[in-house]
Design a protein around this ligand. Sequence first.
Ligand code: 13P
Length: 267
Amino acid sequence: MLVSPRDILLPAFAQGRLVGAFNTGNLEMTRGIIRAAEQLQTPILLQIAEKRLPHSPLHLMAPMMVAAAQQASIPVAVQLDHGECPAIIEQAAQAGFTGLMFDGSHMPLHENIARTQAVRERYAELWLEGEVGVLGGSEGGPEAEALHTCSAQAEQYAAESGCDCLAVSIGNAHGLYQGIPKLNFAVLEEIRRRLPDMPLILHGGTGIPACDLQRAAALGICKVNIATASFAALRKAAAAAEGDYFAMSEAMVQAVCDSTLEILQSL
Ligand code: 13P
């Protein structure tokens, strides 16, 4: 069933629970993610990041993602992840995505706010995620330095941008962590203190220990984004596959399903 992220995230936020948001890049990943969520009868978000689109064009991916959500036996919200280009955001909205993320985290705050406001006004009915602070990993290009979210900036952004939820940078990073990630819970606590009613989002979920995820959930994080774990599971299954294409395809679906199950069970 295709739903708005609002329907999944607001109850989770109210109850201090975490929802998994899984990024996809092809048919096998999409099927594996949905298979796992159906097995556990757990609502999820299915996402695609703008930077993946050169390899996974949105005009092909979006109809598949929306159809997968519509036909799932559990609520699934479909969201554009790290959107920035107005034409891509428009394409996602036209295709029936129920959520948008506008990522202006690398921009000066006033520009991030103004650009988020413009998305808010144009797509008033869609759930909108914003971000303040820059993550480590590849978010702002390979050279990007992690920059923890400044709680005062988060407060201003939340008040002025019109976003429905806010992604924060607290030591989380996209890609694989070197060792165990060290989340800065003091930063998260301060953001939470200033913004008690704002659902908060944690990107870079692959590799964050379950105990840290639970601690983050108690401080207002209600969605954790996962990409690397699923892409790695798919790649490993493809490399190890024997037999014909159809056996390889099923191995990729099941590997992503297994990886997704493990993550969902730890939330
Ligand atoms: P990982 O690739 O670290 O799982 O992060 C995914 C993410 O945050 C997508 O927005």
